[in-house]
Design a protein around this ligand. Structure first.
Ligand code: RIB
Ligand code: CA
Length: 323
């Protein structure tokens, strides 16, 4: 049996964060979720933390330590927090969820990240599903702990935007922190919009999910019911794009994606492009500019959508048996 992967999940639930947590917790034989940290983004820190606690409760995993992170970008104190047009006022509108049966641990996200990384005998994998504020704070406070991180799987960025024409929401929310993370030297797998906008669930597939009938499958279908409204009405997509679950899928079933090793950096000062991920797929910097730079990210560009959806439905069916 292959060794379990020890992970820490940093998130801002958010419907797709919630679905990503469900996918991660559907495979306890493959993923050892050592901790969850929250960061403001889709909603305020208080709301996303409450939502994350609810999801741990629903998934029967109140044993996992959860710590509260950053309330907003350090460098952009006036950043407007929340995306109610996407996730509603609570950040997880739609399904009826139980009150949390657990509370955050009595330490900050930064302290929990430092504790888990310091105490682990093995390297840990970070899954980053929101702004990079907590991770950037970790690298600033304890750069020595970078070597304890196997890889970062993050949802964010892309060759296009979804919050501005140039910037994807997670990177837009805190560009300076994202730049710190992309330039940290820690290996990154980037589930950006080029792949995640192709990783969608159609209405018909969502009904197949609901028909699986278990508690997790029905909840996932209800989360998609609400989350898909934005994708149909505002973005005109053919289905509900599962952004954050793509980062978990890249960890659990990487074979459903196509990727390229690229050099990625983050624009932080552009009037129109702040938060844009600048992805060098050709190595122009090296070939044209003559400056040797290393590829710092495996960027996902394609997905076998049907296989992705099959894996997602199978994961929810596994979770049905666990909750
Ligand atoms: O752009 C999509 C990303 O922004 C997802 O992580 C979603 O949850 C929001 O945080
Ligand atoms: Ca998110």
């Amino acid at each position: 049996m292959s060794k379990k992967i020890p992970v820490i999940i940093d998130c801002d639930p958010g419907h797709d964060d919630a679905l990503a947590l469900m996918w991660a917790l559907s495979a306890p034989d493959k993923l050892d979720v050592r901790g969850v940290t929250t960061v403001a983004g889709n909603q305020t820190l208080e709301k996303v933390t409450r939502n994350a606690l609810k999801m741990l409760t629903v998934c029967g995993r109140t044993d996992i330590p959860l710590a509260v992170g950053a309330a907003g970008p350090v460098c952009r104190p006036n950043r407007e927090v929340g995306a109610p047009i996407v996730h509603g006022e609570s950040g997880l509108d739609g399904p009826q969820l139980p009150e949390p049966a657990c509370e955050p641990v009595k330490m900050s996200a930064l302290e929990l990240l430092i504790k888990l990384l310091s105490e682990s005998e093995e390297e840990l994998t970070l899954v980053v599903l929101g702004a990079h504020t907590n991770v950037a704070c970790l690298f600033t406070a304890r750069p020595d702990l970078k070597e304890k991180i196997e890889r970062i799987y993050m949802m964010g960025g892309g060759t296009m935007g979804n919050w501005t024409p140039a910037a994807e929401f997670n990177i837009w929310f805190d560009p300076e922190s994202a730049r710190t993370v992309f330039n940290s030297g820690v290996p990154i797998t980037m589930a950006g919009l080029d792949a995640t906008q192709k990783a969608y669930v159609t209405r018909e597939e969502n009904e197949l999910l609901r028909a699986q009938g278990g508690k997790a499958s029905v909840l996932a279908a209800e989360l998609i019911d609400y989350f898909s409204r934005y994708h149909y009405k505002i973005e005109g997509f053919p289905g509900c794009t599962l952004h954050d679950p793509s980062a978990i899928a890249a960890l659990l079933v990487p074979e459903v994606f196509g990727s390229e090793n690229c050099r990625v950096d983050v624009e932080t000062s552009g009037e129109l492009t702040s938060g844009m991920t600048v992805i060098d797929r050709i190595n122009y910097i090296g070939k044209i500019m003559g400056r040797e730079v290393n590829c710092n990210a495996e960027v996902l560009f394609t997905v076998d959508r049907e296989a992705f959806v099959r894996e997602f439905l199978a994961a929810m069916k596994r979770l049905d048996a666990l909750v």
